[in-house]
Design a binder for this molecule. Structure first.
Ligand code: CS2
Length: 492
């Protein structure tokens, strides 16, 4: 079968959308660090629409900080890729052209720095996942002992980490008299612009206090709330896309119809007209970010750990099992929502109902295992913030605490039948070690995990109501299993 490429675009079936602008006329205006499926289904699509609206200055250079896989898949197809938007009603296909080339940082850090220092580059955006910030999840501060940070302080001209690349590129621009780019974090972190600013400024300060002061003074770090569910692509997805295109795409991206991007409008060097594609610009993103992290992501993680332990492969499977929808509805309505700042004019109840519908999307096949990854980096902003606020206000925390308990069982690396779980987490080895040294009972697990201050801080482990609520969750999970524990939330 022919491979998708610039020259085969004209042969695509009529229903498949394709770039509505002259790709050859684009300039490179954005460098994106963390070229995963999420970026391709979200920011690359908003930018695609902005390019079609007429400003050719914003082509994207995609950078993978680790693996060559995306570049290897996309380069032979002129960096074009297919977006498949799936729901119970069917699939819509669109070929996206906003990414102009892909770089692989470990192969050639200098090429990445050259793209980041080019005067035409005015935005460097990031989806490097929570752990890519090299910060301490409980406090948001740079982890100065992180191996990549140590490496980048010793080898500033050949960095590995996102902070290392950003600071070296900003230093080179400064030396060359080129104004700084705007740093645009698109990761699921609270106040993500602020978090990025803290780690980048701190890293710059460690290199040279004057450079640190420059970053604080001169570089804009707008916060954003990003939302679109993007499950990992499978071979079945590839086959479906090839069949529909009549052409091969080595790495299409699967997603849902829903998409949302709320952005703080602080781009001193300019930005694409993402508003033409439906992005919302606001003065303060934080209330939106908290809402999304605590409602969507908090529910997602709770569902992922409990769903995985109950034997459900996908989110939609778990949603169809007894009690899951009720548990999540209660978590969102009774525990997460009361902690949120008010968003005048925003219909929170409709937002929660829409989330449950999105989780039920039968066409997505979003694996619980995928969402379960990196729990140590996700729990603080997804569940622990909700718990802290409710403890302070004397409100219930049982559902969120059950989510935490399920994570504790999951991260032992053994499921309810004693079979191994492939736990992906930067702290996985330390969790396995801590739990293997203690009995697999309520006290043993509490003891094993609550010592991890980088996850729980020092306040939660010292809170009796918190320990008691997690203990109740653990006790039910260990004696009755996840499926029965969750089923109790369902109609009697
Ligand atoms: C998910 C998110 O994998 C995960 O942790 O919770 O990727 C989620 O799908 C997105 O944040 C939705 O916008």
């Amino acid at each position: 079968m022919t491979r998708l490429s610039q020259t085969t675009l004209a042969a695509l079936p009529e229903g498949v959308a394709r770039p509505a602008y002259d790709r050859a006329a684009l300039r490179e205006g954005i460098v994106h660090l963390g070229l995963g499926a999420f970026h391709r289904a979200h920011q690359a699509v908003y930018t695609e629409d902005a390019l079609a609206a007429g400003d050719p200055a914003w082509g994207i250079v995609g950078v993978s900080l680790r693996s060559p896989d995306t570049r290897d898949a996309l380069a032979p197809q002129d960096d074009l890729f297919t977006l498949a938007v799936r729901s119970g009603e069917g699939t819509r296909l669109r070929v996206v052209g906003s990414i102009l080339r892909c770089l692989v940082a470990p192969e050639d850090p200098e090429a990445v720095l050259a793209a980041m220092t080019a005067p035409d580059t005015r935005i460097v955006s990031l989806t490097v996942t929570e752990k890519g910030y090299c910060h301490r999840p409980a406090t948001g501060e740079l982890d100065e002992t992180h191996p990549d940070i140590r490496h980048d302080l010793e080898n500033p001209a050949a960095p590995r980490s996102a902070p290392g690349f950003l600071v070296e590129a900003l230093a080179r621009r400064r030396a060359a008299g080129v104004p700084p780019f705007t740093v645009l974090s698109c990761d699921n972190l609270p106040a993500n612009g602020h978090t990025a600013a803290r780690v980048v400024a701190r890293f710059a300060h460690l290199r040279d206090p004057e450079l640190g002061a420059f970053v604080e003074r001169e570089v804009a770090f707008p916060s954003t709330m990003v939302d679109r569910i993007v499950p990992a692509t499978t071979d079945a997805d590839r086959a479906m896309v090839a069949e529909a295109l009549g052409q091969d795409d080595a790495w299409p991206v699967m997603t849902e119809p829903f998409t949302q991007w709320v952005v703080e409008d602080r781009f001193p060097a300019g930005r694409p007209d993402w508003g033409s594609a439906g992005a919302t610009f606001v003065a303060d993103v934080e209330p939106f970010e908290l809402m999304k992290l605590r409602l969507l992501n908090g529910s997602h993680s709770t569902l992922a750990y409990l769903g995985y332990l109950a034997g459900h492969e996908t989110v939609a499977d778990a949603m169809a099992a007894p009690g899951f929808a009720e548990l999540l509805a209660g978590l969102m309505e009774r525990e997460a929502s009361p902690t949120l700042p008010s968003l005048p004019g925003f219909d929170l109840a409709a937002y929660r109902a829409e989330l449950l519908d999105r989780f039920r999307n039968p066409a997505l096949r979003h694996r619980t295992w995928q969402i379960a990854m990196d729990g140590s980096q996700k729990l603080p902003q997804r569940l622990l913030g909700t718990i802290r606020d409710n403890l302070a206000a004397g409100r219930p925390i049982d559902r969120a605490a059950l989510g935490v308990a399920a994570w504790m069982v999951y991260a032992t690396g053994r499921n309810e039948a004693g079979e191994p779980i492939d736990v992906r987490d930067p702290l996985a080895d330390r969790f396995a070690q801590a739990t293997s040294e203690r009995p697999r009972d309520v006290d043993g697990l509490l003891d094993a995990y609550l010592g991890f201050a980088e996850v729980f801080g020092t306040d939660l482990p010292a809170s009796e109501p918190f320990r008691a609520a997690v203990a109740r969750g653990l006790s039910s999970l260990l004696s009755d299993g996840a499926a029965r524990t969750v089923a109790r939330f369902g109609p009697a």
